[in-house]
Ligand binder design. Structure first.
Ligand SMILES: Nc1ncnc2c1ncn2[C@@H]1O[C@H](COP(=O)(O)OP(=O)(O)OP(=O)(O)O)[C@@H](O)[C@H]1O
Ligand SMILES: [Mg+2]
Length: 424
């Protein structure tokens, strides 16, 4: 079997990070078999090396190797591209055409961006993978082919399956062996090596002296998240080689090209494994915001708990009561129809299971578990209903005023009115 180093040299692969070595080693190992391989990894991590290694190290190496970018072919023509078509199959089909699966017979097809395949094409692909059989578009004649498939994706396939965009059976069929390519930010040690390699390549290409990294620039790059991975680093070196006068690159210069703000999404992404497309970055920013909000809420709970403790024997203002109710009501009121809206007086709130539990646990507010007995819930519900009736009466049915008085949103009030059949 070919050794790792000679593969790296042959394909121009730079890096020594163990996860990268393992991925390459796995490709070498599965190459002589006909097993389907799915390569996963963010955009720009070097997924395209894997099918090349697999084909080049297999018995098929003298047969065709075809790369199909599934995301770049329009939905209307992809079946015809992959499986061919008969003359007259559709407008413009003036002659019979062979598809890639026929042309690549005996060889390998690399299905790049396989997550983008339309569902109807996925059905055809599953059939050819399972039985080697396919039909040209517009034909009813079954043909046979012998093609090895390597597929790649930078989208989260499990999510695509959940969303109904990708067939689960096809996913498992493609994914007989999975090879994960690590993100650049997870292999910091390789960043300087890659920079040097690209600096040499582009110096030669543009007949310029090589760029050199100052120490602070190495540090900057090693802490930059590289959402575009190696492709981004490569483009950066190319641009700087051409544009910059000074050959010594420092962190200030780098910051002009890859500013620090863009680090946020990927800092959060760290260790997420796959995909750094815009959707994921945004989603992860949202997670971060939600996470921060949760922390804020916990702080608020602690604060409120302190307030309760310190003010146990004194009267609480109307506003304070409302705040306490809102903070200690489980989740949102909308999720719990028995949630407590409002306590009419201090005694009621002290007797309620919600607050007594909170009082016991005020030192460990985060672990508060709300326990409501059915009885409590019923009496609280009655109180809640009565209060709403009173507030509506007082404001002659004007719901906005009643909601204000009760310290709840109008939407919550509408829901409660419905819940208690108070609509008339
Ligand atoms: N380890 C590496 N050593 C040298 N060059 C690399 C390495 N990894 C990636 N590259 C280079 O980075 C660029 C991007 O790699 P590639 O096209 O394989 O990315 P990809 O994972 O297929 O991304 P996408 O999902 O966007 O298609 C290519 O120019 C490739 O040659
Ligand atoms: Mg690619």
């Amino acid at each position: 079997m070919t050794d790792l180093q000679s593969i790296k040299t042959r394909f121009g692969i730079i890096g020594n990070f163990p996860v990268l070595n393992r991925a390459l080693q796995k490709a070498i190992q599965v190459a002589p078999t006909d097993i389907s391989v799915l390569v996963m990894g963010e955009s720009g991590v070097g997924k395209e090396f894997i099918p090349k290694i697999i084909h080049g190290e297999s018995r098929r190496k003298h047969q065709p190797y075809i790369v199909v970018n599934c995301g770049a072919i329009p939905e209307g023509t992809i079946d015809s591209e992959l499986f061919g078509h008969e003359k007259g199959a559709f407008t413009g089909a003036t002659s019979t055409r062979k598809g890639y699966f026929e042309v690549a017979d005996g060889g390998t097809i690399f299905l790049d961006e396989v997550g983008e395949l339309p569902v109807q094409t996925q059905v055809r692909l599953l059939r050819v993978l399972e039985s080697g059989e396919f039909m040209k578009v517009g034909s009813s004649q079954v043909q046979k082919t012998n093609v090895r498939i390597v597929a790649a994706t930078n989208v989260n396939m499990l999510k695509a399956i959940n969303d109904g965009r990708f067939r689960e059976d096809l996913y498992y069929r493609l994914n007989t062996v999975q090879i994960d390519m690590p993100a650049l930010r997870d292999r910091k040690g390789d960043i300087h090596l890659l920079f040097r390699k690209f600096a040499i390549d582009f110096a030669e290409k543009y007949r310029m002296p090589e760029l050199v990294l100052a120490d602070d620039a190495i540090h900057y790059l090693e802490n930059y998240p590289f959402p575009g991975n190696i492709r981004q680093l490569r483009n950066l070196v190319e641009q700087m080689t051409v544009v910059e006068q000074e050959r010594m690159v420092n962190s200030v210069k780098l910051a002009e090209y890859i500013p620090i703000q863009t680090q946020l999404p990927a800092v959060i992404q760290k260790g997420s494994g796959i995909s750094s497309n815009e959707f994921n970055s945004e989603r992860e920013i949202m997670y971060k915001i939600l996470f921060d909000m949760r922390n804020d809420l916990n702080d608020l709970k602690s604060l409120t708990s302190e307030l309760i403790k310190n003010r146990e024997n004194s009267d609480l203002s109307h506003q304070e009561k409302n705040l306490i109710n809102r903070v200690f009501t489980p989740e949102t009121q909308s999720q719990n129809p028995n949630s407590i809206l409002y306590f009419e007086n201090q005694k009621q709130y002290q007797n309620s299971s919600v607050i007594s539990k909170a009082d016991e646990d005020y030192e460990d507010v985060e672990d508060i578990e709300i326990e409501e007995t059915k009885e409590d819930s019923l009496s609280l519900q009655n109180n809640e209903r009565e209060l709403i009736v009173k507030a509506l009466d007082k404001h002659k049915g004007r719901r906005n005023k009643a909601a204000d008085e009760l310290g709840i949103s109008q939407r919550t009030l509408y829901r409660k009115i419905k819940q208690y059949n108070l609509e008339d």
